[in-house]
Design a protein around this ligand. Structure first.
Ligand code: NAP
Length: 303
């Protein structure tokens, strides 16, 4: 069982905050998106967690205080994630569960069937957020969006959104289904600017979920990050996550198999980076900073 002994976790209460997000509430763990659903800003990523490690990891993460769990059809671990949720003993309504529809299930009918299978594996009647995992140019966006909206209306997903979309694609989606999408989940860490995307999302009262938020450890060796970690008595991972949590309308989903990492990543709500430190981290962005890219990826926004 997680004891929460790390600095900053002692008073951690993931459900202690509610209300509309504002910069003044940066220290809080939660915000409410414009559709009135409470979204825990710091979630738990599960990609590459499988089998018993995934079951135990999800159970342990929830015991540590995570209430936002991120999975996907493509991670092939929804069954294990569902079992971890069940073993946690935390009521379903207190959890924020995210899954994603894979690229080959974007057509009408296929999307609904795919979600039905996911829900069965996850042992739940609904997800809190359902995302299109990647844009798929071969399928009309309108068809996928209508299917997404249909499962939302049917109560199978409280919120709907997308992942790996660009500003032009989101603009198109917003025209097709005004106001329906809550967020875009994209790669975001100090090596990769998401300035155009953040501007767009904030302008439309939506939020960004940062995936690969620690750049899979690549930020840990950066001298600026190490210096800030030393100055604040924190770890480089905590500096990277604090940088994200100090940005309006940003959530993050670090993955951690190790309990000490799970705990450390939650303990980022009791210190502040200065404006100068935020600027130094912003300045680490570089053109080749992206880690996740595939042949099917869209033409990414240029920051
Ligand atoms: N939508 C998409 O297309 C997409 C793409 C990629 C990822 N994602 C989501 O984003 C989640 C996170 O991304 P990611 O797994 O690629 O990378 P990440 O969260 O940036 O990095 C995970 C790595 O960092 C280590 N780590 C975590 N906390 C640490 C700490 N406090 N100190 C030192 N090391 C630490 C982990 O170690 P241990 O595991 O050993 O603890 C693991 O090796 C995924 O699990 C998935 O849910 C979504």
């Amino acid at each position: 069982m997680c004891k929460g002994r790390m600095k900053g976790i002692e008073n951690f209460s993931p459900l202690a905050f509610s209300g509309v997000f504002s910069p003044a509430r940066e220290q809080s763990m939660l915000f409410v998106d414009y559709q009135g659903v409470t979204v825990p800003r710091l979630g738990f990523g599960t990609w590459r967690l499988t089998g018993a490690e995934c079951i135990e990891g999800v159970r342990e993460a929830i015991a540590c205080g995570y209430r936002h769990i991120d999975t996907a059809e493509a991670y092939d671990n929804e069954e294990e994630v569902g079992e971890g949720l069940r073993l946690s003993g935390v009521p379903r309504h207190a959890l924020f569960l995210v899954t994603k529809i894979w690229r080959d299930h974007m057509r009408a009918g296929e999307l609904q069937a795919s979600l039905t299978t996911s829900l069965k594996k996850l042992k739940t009647e609904y997800v809190d957020l359902l995302l299109l995992h990647w844009p798929v140019p071969e399928v009309p966006l309108e068809e996928s969006l209508r299917a997404l909206d249909e499962v939302r209306r049917a109560g199978m997903a409280r919120l709907i959104g997308v992942s790996n979309f660009t500003v032009p694609l989101l603009t198109q989606a917003e025209q097709l289904l005004p106001g329906a999408l809550a967020c875009n989940q994209v790669e975001y860490h100090p090596f990769l600017s998401q300035a155009p995307m953040l501007d767009w999302l904030r302008g439309h009262s939506k939020f960004l979920t940062a995936y690969t938020p620690l750049a899979r450890g690549r930020i840990f060796a950066v001298p600026e990050v190490q210096a800030m970690a030393e100055a604040h008595g924190r770890t480089p991972a905590q500096i990277g996550l604090r940088w994200l949590m100090q940005q309006e309308r940003v959530a993050a989903i670090p993955k951690a198999a190790h309990r000490e990492h799970m705990l450390a990543n939650l303990a980022v709500f009791d210190f502040m980076l200065s404006e100068a430190e935020m600027a130094r981290l912003n300045a680490l962005a570089r053109p080749d900073g992206r880690l996740i890219n595939y042949s099917w990826a869209p033409a990414w926004d240029v920051a």
